[in-house]
Ligand binder design. Structure first.
Ligand SMILES: O=C(O)CCC(=O)C(=O)O
Length: 274
């Protein structure tokens, strides 16, 4: 992946960048309005099969319920991705040979942290949750409203994307998943010399981060500010599904969405090229 702009280069250097004012008002407005409707009405707790899924994640302590829909129920999010997000990413990067960047949709989540009760989401690294080889992922995060430190902005430990994969943890408690042999992300990366970047942002901004970069988001301690963000993850290089022999449950990572098996090329209608 090559950078073709200053912000693209910042992403390659730091593992994260903020692209300001790049999101179209109409497209994000439609996506946010439809989210309100789906959030009120969606009940499905089963993942859709053989088509890309969208997870509705309510990040409140004690909540164990994630709801799902497909893009057929949420076409506004698809339009935002195809008409706006994908072209913006390709303004800043190409493949190594200069051709348009390969973008394969891996996952879509809307993270909702309501005022007062939206909880801390612990330090983590996206790529360690997906047994892919190679594991080159670009993640996008787009807020439905402006985000401040108090409403739960994301915080990044710059340049951590250059290290190895760390342990997967429960994102509420920070407890390592069973059978983890990989080292934990330190509780306070700043005290270990890493520079942090707090991503306060406006509604039309978009974060791009590398799948290896360490990040967390604070609780929403405001009394009245919503804090919803659409997260889209893309795989940028052809990959094989490669669960670790000692990685409990990794071999089942994609079972609910497709019949991909260990050793298979990571592909299929649940994970389309965009
Ligand atoms: O919205 C959040 O709080 C978490 C987002 C996140 O960790 C991600 O998109 O990778």
């Amino acid at each position: 992946m090559l950078a073709t702009s200053k912000l693209g280069q910042e992403y390659l250097d730091d593992g994260v960048t903020l692209i300001e004012n790049c999101i179209n008002s109409t497209l994000i407005g439609q996506t946010s309005t439809k989210y309100d409707y789906l959030d009120r009405t969606l009940t499905c707790q089963e993942t859709p099969r053989d088509k890309p899924r969208i997870a509705f994640w309510l990040h409140v302590k004690g909540n164990k319920v994630t709801r799902f829909c497909g893009y057929d129920e949420y076409p506004e999010a698809w339009d935002l991705m195809i008409q706006n997000v994908v072209p913006v990413i390709r303004e800043h990067f190409t493949n190594d040979d200069g051709t348009p960047l390969r973008l394969q949709l891996l996952e879509t989540i809307v993270f909702n942290k309501p005022p007062e009760v939206g909880a801390l989401l612990q330090w983590h690294q996206d790529a360690s949750y997906y047994p892919l080889k190679p594991n080159n992922q670009v993640a996008v995060w787009i807020p439905f409203e402006a985000v401040t430190k108090d409403s739960g902005a994301l915080v990044y430990a710059k340049k951590t994307h250059k290290g190895e994969l760390r342990a997967t943890v429960d994102l509420y408690s920070n407890e390592a998943f069973s059978n983890e042999s990989r080292a934990l992300i330190p509780v306070d990366p700043e005290s270990e010399g890493y520079e942090l970047r707090l991503m306060e942002m406006n509604q039309h901004d978009m974060i791009l981060h590398d799948g290896y970069v360490w990040h967390y988001s604070g609780p929403n301690v405001t009394l009245d500010k919503q804090r919803r963000g659409l997260s889209l993850r893309f795989v940028v290089e052809e990959a094989v599904f490669a669960p670790r022999p000692d990685g409990l449950n990794e071999a089942q990572a994609f079972d609910a969405q497709s019949n991909i098996k260990p050793g298979d090329i990571f592909q299929g209608s649940a994970f389309p090229m965009v």
